[in-house]
Write a protein that binds this ligand. Structure first.
Ligand SMILES: Cc1ncc(COP(=O)(O)O)c(C=O)c1O
Length: 367
């Protein structure tokens, strides 16, 4: 039997009765877009993240674009972020018309290296998008201090970190706005596309709501230029069911990570590092090896489908090479892309499966 990296179907089966009841309720209601399910999900999720407002949107990429646009960031502006992220982070910045400026990451956490920010700040810099990658917080308090000092807006890309904490505070509540994806493999996932923005600022919340629906404050009257990025009622209803179990699901991910830690500690692999004060929610369990391709191939030959997040830094990808602004040195980014492997991790992965993956890795290292 195949062991895959993520398994949304297994999660659906776990909550199937509740999800089906919630979906049928929406199907039988008269309202399919921006109704009570979306409003309830927005309130419940905002509450979960300890923010005053939640704004449901169509996906995580739009969440970042709309968050930036709510701050009037666009053409002529620069936004600092990392090259070691999902391409969505950069696509969202570009969708506003702003220029992404890509900096290097910290070696141990794989997240934005705060010391790099100062090197690329210019008078055009308007925001930093800090990506909490793999379920681990970026060094967010230091990043926030720099942003506050330099009068730059801070946005958090929390697409991989629902429920994660830094010094006891929920990710998504540090910056002006927090942006979440609810893609089917995420820690909090829809059964389709979905996303949500969090903020404590009522004006920004209103602007995000306007931008997600054609710039409307009142129906048919566009106050600002907007787009269509609505979260639908069915996805919101599913997200409400899964939100109730998010902490439980995250602690299952943490237990799986701990088992891998113990089973793999005697290998030469570099295992995930958790920063002090950080509650890692293990969207991915990422190891480092100098035999990336061979180990991946060996696992695949044995029906284990591990992944690489991400195999090519954004600044080296054909669409972006020589077309985005980059820091002088992106050597950590370039190095880790050649070494990382994401092992299977998701709620419902069995102990037998974790042991099998670990045993194969050890066998590979011995042979
Ligand atoms: C770090 C990061 N940012 C943004 C996104 C974009 O989310 P979505 O796919 O919902 O647009 C993702 C999802 O892949 C992500 O992993």
């Amino acid at each position: 039997m195949n062991i895959v990296c993520a398994n949304p179907l297994k999660q659906f089966h776990r909550y199937q009765d509740e999800i089906e009841t919630a979906v049928i309720k929406v199907l039988r209601s008269k309202c399919y877009i921006l109704g009570t399910e979306v409003r309830s999900f927005e309130n419940e999720f905002a509450n979960y993240v300890d923010c005053r407002y939640g704004i449901g949107v169509a996906n995580g990429t739009d969440a970042i674009e709309i968050a930036l646009r709510s701050l009037n960031i666009g053409k002529g502006d620069e936004v600092i972020t990392v090259s070691h992220t999902a391409v969505a982070t950069i696509a969202a910045i570009e969708a506003t018309g702003a220029t992404p400026v890509l900096v290097d990451i910290e070696e141990d956490t794989f997240t934005l290296n705060p010391t790099q920010i100062e090197y690329v700040i210019s008078e055009k810099t308007k925001a930093v998008v800090a990506v909490h990658l793999y379920g681990q917080a970026a060094n967010i308090t230091t990043i926030k201090e720099i942003c506050d000092k330099r009068n730059i807006q801070l946005i958090e890309d929390c697409a991989q970190a629902h429920g994660g904490l830094f010094n006891g505070k929920k990710l998504g509540s540090f910056g002006k706005l927090g942006c979440f994806s609810c893609y089917p493999t995420k820690n909090l996932s829809a059964i389709g596309d979905g996303g949500i923005i969090t903020t404590n600022d009522s004006e920004l919340a209103s602007r995000c709501k306007e931008i997600r629906e054609y710039g409307w404050r009142k129906k048919f009257i566009s106050e600002v230029k907007g787009k269509n990025s609505r979260l639908d009622e069915i996805q919101a209803a599913i997200l409400r069911v899964k939100l109730k179990y998010l902490d439980e699901d995250n602690s299952e991910r943490q237990k799986i990570a701990l088992i891998y830690d113990n089973l793999l500690k005697e290998t030469s692999l570099r295992l995930p590092f958790t920063q002090k004060g950080n509650v890692h929610v293990y969207h991915q369990y990422v190891i480092r090896t100098n035999a990336q391709k061979d180990l991946l191939d060996f696992l695949r030959e044995n029906s284990v489908f591990a992944g690489i997040h991400y195999p090519m830094p954004i600044h080296l990808q054909p669409a972006y090479k020589n077309k985005v602004k980059i820091a002088k040195d992106l050597s950590v980014t370039e190095q880790v892309a050649k070494q990382i492997i994401s092992l299977p991790i998701y709620p419902g992965l069995t102990i037998e499966e974790i042991e099998l993956v670990s045993q194969l890795i050890k066998q590979f290292h011995i042979s």
